[in-house]
Ligand binder design. Structure first.
Ligand code: URA
Length: 173
C-alpha cells in the first residue's frame, strides 16, 4: 500500500459560523499537513475573496483525512476516496461539527456532500438551496474547486467559477 505522510485535520476559527468541507488532502496538503494549501486551495481563496469571505473567518476541513494516491513515476495521482474511507472518517467530522457548531456548512463535491448529509447525493440536484439539519444548521452543496481547475474551455470555466462564487455568497450570509 502507498501511505499518506500524515493526517490532515481541519483548521481555522474554532467558533466560526461557517464550516467548509472538502474531499481529502491533496499532494501539497499531505506534505504541509494543512487543508487546502495546493492549487484547489489557492482558487478557493480567490473565490472566497470575491464572495466577501476570508479564510480567517472560517473553519475548513475535509471529509477524509488522508491523501489517497496512485504513484506515477515521481508524481502522486489523486484517487477518489471510497465509501469505506468516507465512513471511516465521518466520526472526526462529526466531532469537528460538535466543537465548532457552525451555522452554515458548505460541502464541496460529492464526497463532502455524502459525508455531511449521510447519503449519496447528486451535487447538481442538491445545489442552489440549503438543507436544514436536525441541529438547526444549514448545509449548502456545491462543486469542488478542483472541478473548476479541470475545465479547459475558458468561457465554461468563467461561468462555472461565477456560479461557484454565487454559491459561496449564499453560504456566507
Ligand atoms: N482538495 C480537497 O478536497 N481538500 C484539500 O485539502 C485539498 C484539495
Amino acid at each position: 500500500a502507498h501511505c499518506a505522510s500524515q493526517t490532515v485535520f481541519g483548521e481555522g476559527s474554532e467558533t466560526s459560523k461557517w464550516m467548509i468541507v472538502g474531499e481529502q488532502p491533496g499532494d501539497q496538503e499531505d506534505i504541509q499537513g494543512r487543508p487546502f494549501v495546493g492549487p484547489a486551495g489557492k482558487l478557493l481563496d480567490q473565490c472566497l475573496e470575491h464572495a466577501g469571505l476570508s479564510r480567517q473567518q472560517l473553519y475548513i476541513t475535509n471529509a477524509v483525512k488522508h491523501f489517497r494516491f496512485e504513484p506515477r513515476g515521481k508524481r502522486r495521482l489523486h484517487k477518489t476516496p471510497s465509501v469505506g474511507h468516507i465512513d471511516a472518517c465521518r466520526w472526526w467530522l462529526v466531532q469537528e461539527r460538535k466543537f465548532v457548531k457552525p451555522k452554515n456548512i458548505l460541502a464541496m463535491g460529492a464526497t463532502a456532500a455524502r459525508s455531511i448529509l449521510g447519503h449519496q447525493v447528486s451535487v447538481n440536484d442538491a445545489r442552489g438551496r440549503s438543507h436544514l439539519q436536525p441541529d438547526g444548521s444549514r448545509v449548502f452543496v456545491t462543486v469542488h474547486p478542483s472541478y473548476l481547475l479541470r475545465l479547459t474551455d475558458p468561457d465554461t470555466r468563467r461561468s462555472e467559477t461565477d456560479r461557484f462564487i454565487e454559491d459561496l455568497k449564499c453560504f456566507g450570509e
